[in-house]
Design a protein around this ligand. Structure first.
Ligand code: DUC
Ligand code: ZN
Ligand code: ZN
Length: 472
């Protein structure tokens, strides 16, 4: 078993920061020690297999991205990252755990789909991974499957209020799934947009000849997000199910979540990096077909409507609890499927590699504290999805998932392929960010260091998750 000592860094957890050395023994953290600690009078550095000098750097728990879609069959094609390429890219960006989604389309058997996804991921992931399960048409067999899956460590289920005929569950189906979740303790994750409303506006816009990517955003107004968020909360209140709203982009949806939390409901929310930085006017409305790169749902919102300040505020004050990527990458030829019809552009942005850096900019600009950054990218995802203790913390006994982050480093998400995702562009091309992921350790193995990937496909293990650690 390899022993590693990370020396001289500032160890940051959500509860504070301290100058300390981190001792790793095999796959776990053995101790957090005062800098320069000795063992029986001998310098510890002499008795370990490897020493990583983190002087002047932050030592943080590995990033946890609880919302990715590797190889997702969607929009008539597949998300372009495989479990292998996507987890390698995640590692480059300081993420050591993902939670991906098993997809069950209408008519498919949830447990068969679960087995398929287990097969896809087995032996291919470079970092640890868990699964949520998407349910579309919630049938009696789906409700039974929810109990089985919770027993397997799949303790959260995503439902869609949009994508009629593809993924949408109607309110009655949502109700029954929530009743089951209230009973077995699972968390319901909700894609909260009013699908029928959106589908009608899409048809109206297309009939008027409005086919450019920007109309994707115009067809999915904040009112359709607020309404669905409110409806989901009412269903959760009635059924007493824990509810987690995914990819929140509208300030009005944030207000719904905040109100529900103030009323004592187990309602939670995430946002994603694009909603914090990008806009409908600039990116989605870029000339020609360029906006297709930024087509995702919920959509980018109008800067003029001032959603971003509210999202940052909510991240600071815990009205929103974490930041995921909703990583759903498509190459340019896949986005081309929607030339002449924005509704056919595959929905999704690939960004699993960029989340840790992009959120660090909130620290640089003073919008969040260093500790809150760690909480948003690692600690809360671990707690929310039943992994905390093993993941999401630097403490003795935790998995040695560690990132050495250089606040004085710089990351250029340059033009061209400077990233490692299986995409021929990045929506973040041209973004210059302060900070740099220097070293990434997954369960005691150094998988990224000195600008090199040192890990391997198959190193990642499936995580059987507990129920959310936010529930009593
Ligand atoms: N939104 C996306 O943009 N892509 C995947 C699924 C989703 O809900
Ligand atoms: Zn969604
Ligand atoms: Zn998603």
């Amino acid at each position: 078993m390899t022993t590693t000592l990370i020396t001289g860094g500032t160890v940051v957890n959500s509860t504070g920061r301290v100058l300390a050395d981190v001792l790793i023994d095999g796959e776990q953290i053995a101790a957090i020690l005062p800098p320069g600690s000795t063992l029986l009078g001998t310098d510890l550095t002499a008795s370990v297999d490897q020493v990583i000098d983190a002087t002047g750097k932050y030592v943080i728990p590995g990033g946890i991205d609880p919302h990715t879609h590797m190889e997702m069959p969607f929009g008539g094609t597949f998300a372009s990252d495989t479990f292998e390429t996507g987890t390698i890219a995640a590692a480059w960006g300081g993420t050591t755990t993902i939670v991906d989604f098993v997809v069950q389309y209408a008519g498919e058997d949830p447990l068969t789909q679960y087995a398929l996804w287990q097969d896809k991921a087995a032996g291919t992931c470079a970092i640890d991974y868990g699964f949520h399960q998407i349910l579309s048409d919630v049938q009696p067999a789906s409700l039974d499957a929810m109990d089985t899956l919770v027993g397997e460590g799949v303790t959260s289920f995503k439902l869609f209020m949009a994508y009629k005929g593809v993924l949408l569950s109607d309110d009655g189906q949502i109700l029954t799934a929530m009743q089951k979740a209230a009973d077995n303790g699972a968390t319901i994750m909700m894609h909260a947009e009013n699908g029928s409303w959106i589908d009608t506006v899409v048809q109206q816009l297309l009939a008027e000849g409005k086919t450019d990517p920007v109309y994707h955003g115009i067809s999915r107004p904040w009112q359709a997000e607020e309404e669905a968020t409110h409806r989901a909360i009412m269903l959760a209140d009635y059924t007493k199910a824990p509810l987690y709203i995914v990819h929140v982009s509208a300030k009005q949806a944030v207000a719904q979540i905040a109100g529900a939390r103030d009323n004592g409901l187990n309602v939670f929310g995430e946002t994603c990096p694009q909603y914090l930085y990008m806009s409908l006017e600039e990116q989605l409305g870029a000339p020609g077909f360029e906006g297709a790169k930024y087509v995702c749902s919920t959509p980018l919102r109008a800067r003029a409507e001032n959603h971003q300040d509210m999202l940052w505020q909510a991240l600071r004050t815990n009205d929103l609890q974490l930041v995921s990527t909703d990583h759903c990458p498509f190459c340019l030829n896949q986005k081309d499927m929607g030339r002449g019809n924005f509704a056919k552009i595959p929905n999704g942005i690939g960004q699993v590699e960029h989340r840790v850096d992009l959120l660090y900019q909130g620290v640089v600009t003073g919008q969040i504290s260093l500790e809150r950054w760690v909480e948003l990218i690692s600690v809360t995802p671990a707690r929310m999805f039943g992994m905390y203790g093993k993941k999401g913390v630097l403490a003795p006994g935790a998995d040695a998932d560690v990132v050495v982050y250089d606040p004085n480093g710089h990351t250029s998400i340059g033009l061209g392929k400077t990233h490692h995702m299986n995409m021929d562009y990045s929506a973040w091309e041209g973004f210059e960010v302060d900070g740099h992921v220097d070293t990434v350790i997954s369960r005691g193995s150094v998988i990224v260091d000195g600008g090199q990937f040192l890990g391997r496909a198959g190193h990642g293990r499936f995580i059987r998750r507990d129920l959310s650690q936010y529930l009593i």
